[in-house]
Design a protein around this ligand. Structure first.
Ligand SMILES: [Zn+2]
Ligand SMILES: [Zn+2]
Length: 250
C-alpha cells in the first residue's frame, strides 16, 4: 500500500472510531474538537459579560453592563495591579478541568490545540487589540521541561498568538530557582514559593513594547503578580495578562 492510501485509510479509521471524550470517556461520534463530546462542550462556562474592567473578576450584580460602561472591583480600586487588564476565556471547572488535567499531568500534549481553540472566541479579539504586542508565557524550570517535554503555557500561548497574529517571546522571562507546584499550597505559601523565582532574560524584547503575559490557569494570582513585577522592571510600554482559565473561587 502506498503512503497516500495508508494516510487515507488511517483518517477514515479515525472518523469511524473517534477518540473518546477526554472528560466523560464517552466514545461517541459527537467528539467534534478532538477532545470533548458535544454534551461536555455544552457544560463549559465561558467568561461572563459582567467583569471588572481591570482584573476580569466576575462582578456581583445581575444587570447587563451596557456597551462602553466599565466597572472596577473593590480589590482593583484598593490595590491596583501592575498590569492594565487581565482577561480569561473559561472558568476552570467540569470538562475544562478534566481536559487541563490530561494536558498538563498525563502528557497529552495533543490537547493544546483543542484547549486553545475553546478559548479562542473569548481571547483572540482582545489579543488583536494590541497587534504589535509580544506574548510572554510563564516559564517552566529547565528540569521540569526535560521531564515533561513541553511547557503547557508556551504551547497554548503559541497557538493563541498564531490565531491572533502576534509573536511569542518564549525565552524573555525565565525561572532562576526551582519552585514546588502551586497546587496544594495556600495563598501565603504560593506568594512565598514564587517570590524572586523569575528574571528577565531578554530585556530587549520587553523594553518600550506592549507585552501580554500569558499563564494557563489563574488561581490566586501569585505567579501572575510575581511575573508582572519582574516584567515591569524591564520597562514595557504597557502590560496586559491573558489566561485561558480562571478558578471560580479565587
Ligand atoms: Zn464528554
Ligand atoms: Zn478587579
Amino acid at each position: 500500500m502506498n503512503l497516500s492510501r495508508l494516510v487515507r485509510s488511517a483518517s477514515s479509521l479515525a472518523a469511524l472510531f473517534p477518540s473518546p471524550c477526554v472528560s466523560c470517556g464517552g466514545a461517541r461520534p459527537g467528539v467534534t474538537n478532538g477532545a470533548l463530546c458535544r454534551k461536555c462542550q455544552s457544560q463549559i462556562e465561558f467568561c461572563p459579560k459582567n467583569i471588572c474592567c481591570v482584573c476580569g473578576a466576575p462582578l456581583e450584580f445581575d444587570y447587563e453592563i451596557e456597551t462602553g460602561e466599565t466597572y472596577k472591583c473593590g480589590e482593583c480600586i484598593a490595590r491596583p495591579p501592575r498590569y492594565e487588564e487581565l482577561r480569561f476565556a473559561m472558568v476552570y471547572s467540569g470538562p475544562v478541568r478534566e481536559l487541563f488535567h490530561a494536558f498538563k499531568f498525563q502528557s497529552q500534549r495533543r490537547l493544546a490545540a483543542p484547549l486553545a481553540a475553546l478559548g479562542q472566541g473569548a481571547l483572540a479579539p482582545w489579543l488583536r487589540e494590541w497587534p504589535d504586542a509580544v506574548i510572554i508565557p510563564t516559564p517552566l524550570a529547565m528540569r521540569k521541561l526535560y521531564t515533561r517535554g513541553y511547557n503547557p503555557s508556551y504551547l497554548l500561548a503559541k497557538i493563541l498568538a498564531d490565531m491572533a497574529g502576534l509573536k511569542v517571546a518564549e525565552g524573555a522571562l525565565r525561572r532562576i530557582r526551582p519552585t514546588t507546584p502551586q497546587f496544594g499550597l495556600n495563598s501565603a505559601q504560593r506568594v512565598k514559593n514564587v517570590k524572586g523565582a523569575f528574571e528577565v532574560h531578554s530585556p530587549k524584547s520587553i523594553r518600550g513594547r506592549r507585552v501580554i503575559f500569558f499563564d494557563d490557569i489563574l488561581t490566586t494570582g501569585a505567579t501572575i503578580r510575581e511575573c508582572c513585577k519582574t516584567i515591569k522592571k524591564a520597562k514595557p510600554k504597557a502590560l496586559r495578562v491573558a489566561t485561558l482559565c480562571r478558578v471560580a473561587d479565587v
